[in-house]
Design a protein. Structure first.
Length: 273
């Protein structure tokens, strides 16, 4: 037979329960009125009692055949009083109960941190959903720097073009990026130099982690304004620091070029790797 009108909402039923404070008596008061003893299930010390034989009930009066003691545990379940709701119980809904495309963006979380795996609402960018590529930095030399012959020299990256987490120290004798607290991970590092007047020289650019070389780039051809650029993905722990060095063996001191950020080191943290 077809159904006329709105389809009834699915209801979930739970039975009302009453706990009693027992004493040496046979008379108790029910929270809800009943027609007779068959509308409640009575338990004393976790044993179900037989209606009529062990107890009778009418209205809000409950009368026991035998008196209880103060140490007894007694409760009843109202079989004739069901509490119904169209809301499913907490924790009862899973993925299979959700219809495709039934959850709107407005119901998704709009909060989270850059390291969170929480899916963010559509009013946020995809970058914020997965996190930012930070810390990120870019530093270059401020003026031409003289590099002694046959010497490995710290590059004076004194100009900070970008430093999202204030993690790059551009003060004299430091010129280093240090991984901040909570930011360990894999980093894309790029670096390079350009000489200003190396006629016949080998240029060797080195990135050192905690004072030890981890990657380098070399140009052994020699010539004015030659370059040496490189890059690597480095796994860095909190407190690790990176510095950039350059070596040249032209026979005399030579300069590296500062114009147009030609001598630089940069990097950023990778997301999800």
């Amino acid at each position: 037979m077809p159904f006329i009108g709105n389809q009834p909402a699915l209801s979930y039923t739970s039975f009302a329960k009453q706990d009693f404070t027992t004493s040496a008596t046979t008379s108790y008061t029910l929270d809800q009125p009943v027609a007779n003893e068959n509308e409640i299930a009575l338990f004393i010390n976790f044993v179900r009692q037989e209606p009529t034989t062990a107890y009778t009930a009418s209205g809000t009066s409950l009368t026991l055949t035998s008196a209880t003691s103060a140490s007894d545990d007694m409760y009843c379940v109202f079989l004739g009083k069901a509490v119904q709701t169209v809301n499913p119980p907490n924790g009862s809904v899973g993925t299979t109960q959700l219809a495709d495309s039934s959850v709107s963006l407005a119901k998704l979380s709009a909060t989270g941190t850059k390291d969170s795996t929480t899916f963010l609402r559509g009013d946020n960018t995809f970058a914020s959903a997965g996190g930012d590529n930070t810390p990120a930095f870019f530093a270059s030399i401020s003026s031409d720097q003289s590099i002694p012959n046959n010497s490995t020299t710290l590059v004076a990256l004194a100009t900070k073009v970008l430093d999202t987490d204030s993690a790059f120290d551009n003060t004299a004798s430091n010129y280093k990026f240090t991984v901040p607290s909570g930011e360990a991970g894999n980093y894309q590092i790029n670096f390079g130099i350009r000489n200003s007047n190396f006629t016949t020289a080998r240029i060797d650019v080195q990135i050192k982690k905690n004072g030890s070389e981890v990657v380098n780039a070399e140009n052994a051809s020699g010539g004015n304004y030659d370059t040496a650029y490189g890059g690597a993905i480095l796994n860095l722990s909190v407190g690790d620091y990176l510095q950039m060095y350059v070596y040249q063996a032209s026979g005399s001191s030579q300069n590296i070029f500062s114009a147009r950020n030609s001598c630089f080191m940069s990097g950023y943290k990778l997301i999800g790797v």
